[in-house]
Design a protein around this ligand. Structure first.
Ligand SMILES: Cc1cc2nc3c(=O)[nH]c(=O)nc-3n(C[C@H](O)[C@H](O)[C@H](O)COP(=O)(O)OP(=O)(O)OC[C@H]3O[C@@H](n4cnc5c(N)ncnc54)[C@H](O)[C@@H]3O)c2cc1C
Length: 333
């Protein structure tokens, strides 16, 4: 365990905003993680859990408490089952699965961040989400002061959401168990753009490595792969989730998909774009990505206040123009 003092959060987050944290405690395994969390709780210090910092808007005022940076590593395989430590970089897990003939997470290639954060917002892309393959999440429950295993039903997974996100100060993810198919071909491809790129029908399959390559290619084209040379990737990925509305609230011209229970999921990218915030709209040091209107990006010198004000302006304009409320995806601390 290493304790660093007076660390700028901007250096630990992909958006590059955030002031100074009093203490950053880097933990190397689950025992250290639980012990750092217990210490902060017992001393009454504020606690912020940080993985890869790719889904956080850190405050300009910094953090007057402990930031626990989760750096625990390890992937254990038994047949199709992987037990992955929370700090393991997510894309390394996908690469491992693809190389070892395990199907179920190949469409989630190229997503930054740690494995422990994936159940928090039920990470998803290109027709897959982690809720489809997670069979257990081992957590430290700060309310009960004990370790426990959450079954999928207890995780309350939903679109870009879970109980872990809805009860933000309660669960610390220690490791995550995935049950994958022992297969060299993908699960059925559930996303039209990906199927087209692979040259297969929607619902068809393709070799795992080809799916991974195609997804990373598509993501790179939209600035959705972290790359210090690509200013469009200085973001938190999509800044808003696709709003789910009653079917009779569909917006003329806006792409939509059935979302169950007679509801529709609307394209947040279309709403943002058509409310006047097209790709490359800039405002001071922040703006929309030049390749994807849903990703808000920052330039050096940006502040969290500036970014959140810009996001609020988008939300208000979309509400005014289309009567739809956009929800923010990243955690604003
Ligand atoms: C370029 C880019 C592309 C992206 N594309 C996608 C995408 O396609 N799909 C998608 O779903 N997301 C995407 N994201 C968002 C982000 O990568 C994911 O949400 C990722 O899972 C966040 O992981 P992290 O470790 O960086 O989390 P952080 O940003 O460090 O934390 C996010 C939240 O999880 C909490 N947390 C972190 N670790 C733990 C833990 N061990 N236990 C409990 N809580 C914890 C934090 O306190 C915080 O509330 C993208 C982001 C970027 C920058």
């Amino acid at each position: 365990m290493q304790v660093l003092r007076e660390v700028r959060l901007s250096g630990l987050t992909t958006l590059g905003v955030g002031g100074v944290a009093d203490r950053v405690i880097e933990v190397e395994d689950a025992t250290e993680l639980v012990s750092a969390v217990r210490d902060a709780d017992e001393a009454g210090r504020r606690l912020l859990l940080l993985g890869g910092g790719s889904n956080i808007v850190a405050p300009d005022a910094g953090w007057d408490g402990d930031v626990v940076a989760v750096r625990s590593r390890g992937i254990e395989r038994t047949g199709g089952r992987l037990v992955v430590q929370a700090g393991e970089p997510w894309d390394d897990v996908v690469a491992y699965a693809v190389e070892n003939g395990l199907a179920g997470i190949e469409a989630l290639s190229g997503i930054p961040g740690s494995t422990g954060a994936t159940p928090v917002q039920n990470v998803g892309a290109y027709g897959q989400e982690v809720a489809q393959t997670i069979t257990a999440v081992r957590v430290y429950d700060r309310a009960e002061k004990s370790e426990r295993i959450l079954a999928p039903a207890e995780c309350g997974f939903a679109y870009r959401d879970s109980r872990l996100k809805r009860e933000p100060s309660r669960f610390v993810v220690l490791d995550v168990t995935f049950e994958l198919d022992e297969s060299s071909v993908s699960r059925p491809v559930g996303y039209a753009e990906l199927a087209r790129t692979l040259g297969v029908e929607l619902g068809g399959t393709a070799p795992l490595a080809e799916v991974r390559e195609a997804v990373i290619g598509l993501r790179r084209g939209k600035g959705m792969v972290l790359d210090p040379e690509d200013p469009d990737s200085r973001s938190a990925g999509s800044f808003f989730t696709n709003p789910i509305v009653a079917a009779d609230r569909a917006v003329d011209g806006c792409p939509s998909w059935p979302a169950g229970d007679g509801r529709m999921k609307l394209s947040a990218a279309w709403l943002v774009q058509n409310a006047g915030f097209g790709r490359g709209t800039r405002d001071g040091h922040v703006g929309t990505s030049s390749r994807h209107s849903l990703a808000l990006t920052t330039e050096p010198g940006a502040t969290a206040t500036e970014l959140l004000a810009f996001a609020d302006r988008i939300v208000a304009t979309v509400q005014e123009s289309f009567g739809v409320t956009l929800e923010r995806e990243p955690t604003a601390v």
